[in-house]
Design a protein around this ligand. Structure first.
Ligand code: NAP
Length: 307
């Protein structure tokens, strides 16, 4: 069984920042990165609001820089999924992946959040055949096509704008008559002639043959049923925290967000949490980086005081 000072689960901005700080504190951290490095930002086309990069950069570029910097100070990355943890017996904590079992003197949880499903008929069946949760990944396949985007937040608008690079038309279907997205994104969307808004409308079903051909809708105010022809349905309606592995072991709120105190410590001493797994509010790369820093510094201090 492999023994570690600190295991960081997750490799988005929070996890890789925690890796950088614990590496620089000589803790020789191990990051269990998941199947793919980077979390949500790695599938973000353009990051324009992370300070220090006035020209902006792509999500994958930013992740690569985070990784390089953490590794430069000795952080180790393992590409594996955690299958089981046991935090109930205190230190050392047990963490299992498909191929390894670890004992950790401290743990930082940075598993982030995942795209929420709409939960309508046709959605699961057409994933990869017209239904997508990632414009950066799939936008290219919709060159010259017509697509709909479902949602009204920053993600829906930002990704809708990105899709206009490929698609001939982008209809944004929103359940209210006002967007939740930041004004700067709204302005860009309203100015983009490929984008049109379908207000006060919900999608009830995604239909197609081999590939998606349309979405069935209901107008919220009138109850009128309709159908919009489309080649693709991009769904951006928020996220759920990736906390299911820890149910029953850590305190969480009603939505599954792990509860962490001002020191980013969870209800189990020695287990810390950073980024979107514990943050339903701010959810920015910059805030996740800050929370990863806090968790790493608090973890370092906790190990000094308790080991
Ligand atoms: P969000 O802000 O929670 O917005 C979700 C959107 O989906 C809302 O407009 C919501 O409608 C709609 N929605 C939710 N459930 C729905 C359902 N069942 N059917 C139809 N519509 C539904 O999520 P997000 O856009 O993913 O953003 C998450 C966080 O990341 C936010 O804090 C955001 O600021 C941040 N973010 C920032 C940037 C940036 O700064 N450039 C980019 C992307 C994301 P209502 O409005 O009616 O609730």
């Amino acid at each position: 069984m492999q023994e570690e000072n600190v295991i960081i689960i997750g490799s988005g901005p929070a996890g890789l920042t925690a890796a950088l700080y614990t590496a620089r504190a000589n803790l020789n951290p191990l990051v269990i990165a998941g199947d793919q490095i980077g979390g949500q930002v790695s599938i973000t086309s353009e990051v324009e609001n992370y300070p220090g990069f006035p020209e902006g950069l792509t999500g994958p570029e930013l992740v690569e820089r985070f990784k390089e910097q953490a590794e430069r100070f000795g952080a180790r990355l393992e590409y594996a999924m955690v299958s089981e943890v046991d935090f109930t017996q205190g230190v050392p904590f047990t963490i299992k992946t498909g191929s390894n079992t670890y004992q950790a003197h401290s743990v930082i949880l940075a598993l982030g959040a995942s795209a929420r499903r709409l939960g309508v008929p046709g959605e699961e069946a057409y994933i990869g055949r017209g239904v997508s949760y990632c414009a950066t990944c799939d936008g290219f396949f919709f060159r010259g096509k017509d697509v709909v985007v479902i949602g009204g937040g920053d993600s829906a608008i930002e990704e809708g704008i990105f899709l206009t690079k490929f698609a001939d038309s982008v209809k944004i279907i929103h359940r209210r008559d006002e967007l939740r997205a930041k004004p700067i994104l709204q302005d860009r969307a309203f100015r983009n002639e490929k984008i049109s808004l379908v207000w006060n409308t919900v999608v009830d079903e995604i239909v197609g043959e081999q590939l998606v051909t349309g979405v069935k809708t209901t107008a919220v105010k009138t109850g009128e049923k309709g159908q919009i022809a489309t080649d693709g349905a991009f769904i951006f309606i928020g996220h759920d925290p990736n906390s299911h592995l820890f149910k029953g072991q850590l305190q969480m709120d009603d939505h599954g967000y792990v509860i962490a105190d001002a020191n980013r410590m969870t209800s189990v001493p020695g287990v810390f949490a950073a980024g979107e797994i514990q943050d339903p509010v701010w959810r920015q790369v910059a805030t996740s980086v800050g929370q990863g820093t806090e968790a790493a510094m608090a973890c370092t201090r906790w190990l000094e005081e308790n080991e």
